[in-house]
Design a protein. Structure first.
Length: 191
């Protein structure tokens, strides 16, 4: 007990709702002991009852506001850029599909190159065509489905694309459509 690092204990406990509740109970127990140490039993019982009901009320409000501790799922760390690109998204504990990681360099077979950045489900890319900056795009990826708006700086064209990441995580295939109409074209890029 002599090696107890109180600031680290408090920091670790404050990282979850149950930890905060535990700290509250401990602090209140200590204060009750100090304040009512010399009081008669009736005063101690009333003080304990009020503190106990207050702790229950606080705990209930935490769980009503954030859901029960059983319903909370620890966040899954996002894969790093060096993660194996061949891994397909996996189901989450809630039954949904985890968001795929597409950050990094991609290219088509027609001289187009793309550099994707990603934060959670938000994506952004910059494109090069035959080595020259050619456009940008922004959108979302949900599971393995990618939807984004693009701006082609070479032609001034704007539009939208929708594609699906392959099971092995190496290609995205779909369709693109210009806002000005015309025939949709195939989207196909690979890592």
């Amino acid at each position: 007990m002599g090696n107890l690092d109180v600031p680290k204990v408090i920091q670790a406990a404050a990282s979850s709702n149950l930890g905060v509740l535990s700290l509250l109970v401990l602090v209140l127990a200590f204060l009750a002991w100090r304040f009512f140490q010399r009081s008669d039993d009736r005063v101690k019982l009333v003080a304990f009852g009020m503190i106990f009901l207050g702790a229950i009320g606080f705990g209930t409000s935490i769980f009503v506001a954030t859901g029960s501790p059983k319903a909370q799922v620890a966040p899954t760390p996002a894969p790093s850029a060096s993660a194996t690109p061949g891994l397909a998204p996996t189901p989450t504990a809630t039954g949904g599909i985890a968001t795929a990681e597409i950050a990094g360099a991609w290219h088509g077979n027609d001289g187009w190159r793309f550099r994707f950045t990603q934060q959670a489900t938000q994506i952004h890319y910059e494109s090069l065509h035959n080595g020259k900056p050619a456009g940008t795009g922004e959108g979302r990826i949900e599971g393995r489905v990618l939807r984004y708006r693009f701006v082609d700086t070479e032609s001034g064209d704007q539009g939208r694309c929708e594609g699906t990441l392959s099971e092995d995580g190496r290609t995205i295939a779909g369709k693109c459509q210009s806002d000005g109409g015309g025939t949709p074209w195939d989207l196909w890029i690979q890592r």
